[in-house]
Design a protein around this ligand. Structure first.
Ligand SMILES: Cc1ncc(COP(=O)(O)O)c(C=O)c1O
Length: 348
């Protein structure tokens, strides 16, 4: 029986060669490869102001910093997401206002609208599994109300609509559609934010001006958030074949949807009242699935559990299914058949 893993890193031979070449080049730290990746990524996805960083979490941390979010500021963010969306908010002691989700697990636009107050400093939109439903509506609302809009696009690379917000945060972590091993990108709409992000990623120095320790005074307290050339080399190698990666994922999405299963660029999701039993049944048939990301109010750092009607209803029902380069269209047919078998044996 073929085993289908839930996630699998994609590393092209170009990435392997690039990494080896860079490792032997003597230039491992941030250098020309980082610059090249910024240029190539921007060209490929038609984006400007690409600032490479060492993780998606860092991109969020910097976005919140540049948005001026500080202690007590209200930020509306989805209840269901990777904790990385919200941990940087907790670290800066922002007042996290969770919004409920809709049936597709993305943030509920109507719940966000209800929770906006004059104190709302920012709205965070997460492409859950790569799903962009709600993005356009929320962006319009944020624009009208002059609220900073932040896209957590960690899972969105390759989807058809992303990267439109004041700040967009991308993850290049191991199992993402495009990986550098670990890495992230911050895309700022405002060039001044981009320039500041570039300083803050290297302690506060502007490396393009060849500023360095000792010679230049520090006016801003940055951190070490930058990407290095080894990670950039891996990303560049994978970027070479990104069209193939994306088109394969899109074929899998189409096949999942044919079987009535919700799917987006990063994963597919099935809903079932007997979720844990279904997970076990899939595993017995060689298919790995998972509860990927939990409601964030389960964690004490976010203030403890509250009531969110849709989240409460769905939290024991959603199950994430595999969607990556090692999954074939036929595997998706098998996964759908196994789920049908399970449902038939559980219908009363
Ligand atoms: C929605 C979301 N936001 C943020 C992150 C953080 O990205 P990274 O792991 O690159 O720090 C992830 C990572 O999985 C994610 O899924």
């Amino acid at each position: 029986m073929k085993k289908v893993k839930l996630f699998k890193p994609f590393v092209s031979w170009y990435a392997v060669w690039n990494a080896v070449w860079t490792l032997r080049s003597g230039q491992l730290a941030e250098g020309p490869r980082v610059k090249e990746f910024e240029k190539e990524f921007g060209k490929k996805f038609n984006k400007e102001h690409i600032c490479n960083l060492n993780s998606g979490t860092t991109a969020l941390e910097l976005a919140y910093e540049l948005a001026g979010i500080s202690e007590g500021d209200e930020v509306i963010t989805p209840i269901l997401t990777c904790t990385a969306s919200n941990i940087p908010l907790a670290r800066r002691k922002a007042k996290i206002i969770f919004a409920d989700i809709e049936d597709d697990l993305n943030i509920s636009v109507s719940d966000v609208e209800k929770k906006i107050t004059p104190q709302t400093k920012a709205i965070v939109f997460v492409h859950f599994g790569g799903n962009n439903r709600g993005l356009k509506e929320l962006m319009k609302i944020a624009e009208e109300k002059k609220i900073t809009f932040i896209e957590d696009a960690a899972q969105a690379v390759g989807s058809d609509y992303w990267g439109k917000a004041d700040f967009t945060c991308v993850s290049l972590q191991a199992i993402k559609t495009l990986t550098s091993g670990d890495g992230g990108i911050l895309i700022c709409k405002n060039p001044e934010h981009d320039a500041k992000a570039r300083r803050l990623r290297w302690f506060g120095y502007d490396r393009d001006l060849k500023q360095k320790q000792g010679d230049t005074d520090l006016l801003e307290a940055g951190y070490k958030y930058h990407m290095n050339d080894v990670n950039a080399a891996i990303a560049l190698g994978n970027l070479k074949v990104i069209d193939k990666i994306i088109s394969h994922r899109k074929r899998l999405i189409a096949e999942y949807r044919k079987h009535g299963i919700d799917a987006h660029i990063w994963f597919a999701t099935v809903f079932n009242k007997n979720r844990d039993e279904l997970k076990k049944y899939l595993a017995e048939n060689g298919i790995e699935s998972g509860i990927y990301h939990y409601r964030n109010d389960k964690y004490t750092i976010f203030g403890g559990r509250k009531s969110f009607p849709n989240m409460d209803r769905l939290e024991n029902e959603y199950l994430v299914l595999p969607l990556h380069h090692k999954v074939s269209v036929n595997d998706v047919r098998i996964i759908a058949r196994v789920i049908d078998e399970f449902n038939s044996s559980h219908s009363s």
